[in-house]
Ligand binder design. Structure first.
Ligand code: HMG
Ligand code: MG
Length: 298
């Protein structure tokens, strides 16, 4: 049976925008976060505190965090690959920091310039500092369904990283299909394996829609008890270190599916359709949300 309620983590301000070539004005990023919080998303991934040489679009993370209107109860998350990132995040009162590793060695090198083992060692002081400061800690596992460099990724590698992130004290662990290659049966298997070592209530599904499989994959994950999903309004996004990867599953499409399934999200779809049209126009893109397009045309 499906969960009665799911938590949608809106990742468009970070995952949705990080790959845009033209620098997006800080005010636009701030407005996006504020509109999403007003629409009722319980958790918004607002920024990254990473090297601006690696991801220039996210260079204004501190300004974004300082500029947003904090909605009580909303969790604002930011990416922090190292202690330096964590200190920046703490200074701007982020509610949750995200350490991000990979289940594939090749991707770990390309994305964060170190091996999986080195990344875990680098995350350790970040995790400790987060615990000390009382900041929520999330761990992300890239390439859980496949890697653009190494191809297939064994389920055991995903479980292994999940175990290590759990040992670091992660409150939540993301199983991420970075390049959207996963299909439903495999997602089911990966989630079943991960939830043997991590409480399903703490596991999230982060699906990119490159191959159009995201909605099916979300449903497959829900069947294993997963109730947290990452989505991006208008389907914005792509990873700078995964060529050809498209955006995350579109928030509007997921909300439409959840509404149809009778699963509560706490978010109003129509409001999100407007946000999708606004941000797409603001950055000069067409929405890639099917539901967004259909509903905006009505
Ligand atoms: P490095 O070059 O190995 O490390 O990068 P470094 O310590 O030598 O730092 C290089 C430069 O960056 C130095 O500057 C540092 O000071 C600076 P320089 O001395 O050359 O002028 N630096 C920083 N600046 C600001 N904030 C920081 C910071 N740290 C160092 N926190 C590093 C290692 C991890 C820093 C780098 O590889 C990096 O920033 N990577 C980020 C990559 C990234 O953000 N990728 C996209 C997000 S992950 C993703 O999209 C996947 C996800 O969505 C899930 C999925 O779909 O799979 C989460
Ligand atoms: Mg992603």
């Amino acid at each position: 049976s499906l969960p009665a309620k799911v938590k949608i983590v809106e990742v468009s301000p970070r995952d949705g925008l990080q790959n845009e070539k033209e620098f997006i004005a800080t005010e636009v990023k701030i407005e996006l976060v504020d509109r999403l919080s007003a629409a009722g998303f319980p958790n918004i991934e607002a920024a990254s505190f990473v090297s601006p040489k690696w991801v220039p679009q996210m260079a204004d993370g501190a300004e974004v965090m300082r500029g947003i209107e904090r909605r009580p109860g909303t969790i604002y998350s930011v990416l922090t690959p190292n202690l330096r990132g964590f200190e920046g995040a703490l200074a701007t009162r982020a509610d949750e920091v995200v350490i991000f590793g990979a289940a594939s060695e090749a991707f770990s090198q390309k994305n964060i310039n170190c091996t999986i083992a080195e990344s875990i060692a680098r995350f350790e002081p970040v995790a400790q500092a987060a615990k000390q400061a009382g900041v929520r800690l999330r761990g992300s596992i890239s390439c859980a369904l496949g890697c653009p460099y190494q191809g297939e990724v064994p389920i055991e590698s995903v479980v292994d990283v999940a175990r290590r992130l759990l040992a670091l004290g992660c409150d939540e662990i993301d199983v991420a299909d970075t390049i959207g290659v996963g299909t439903a049966t495999r997602v089911h298997q990966v989630m079943e394996a991960v939830t043997k070592v991590v409480d399903p209530a703490r596991v999230s599904g982060h699906f990119h829609d490159t191959y159009g499989q995201s909605l099916a994959n979300i449903l497959a994950a829900m069947e294993t008890g997963i109730s947290i999903f990452h989505t991006s309004v208008a389907g914005l996004g792509g990873c700078p270190y995964a060529k050809g990867a498209t955006g995350n599953v579109a928030t509007e499409d997921v909300l439409y599916m959840m509404d149809g399934l009778g699963v509560d999200t706490g978010v109003d779809l129509n409001e999100v359709v407007d946000i999708g049209m606004w941000i797409s126009a603001s950055i000069g893109r067409k929405t890639s949300s099917r539901a967004g397009n259909a509903l905006a045309a009505r």
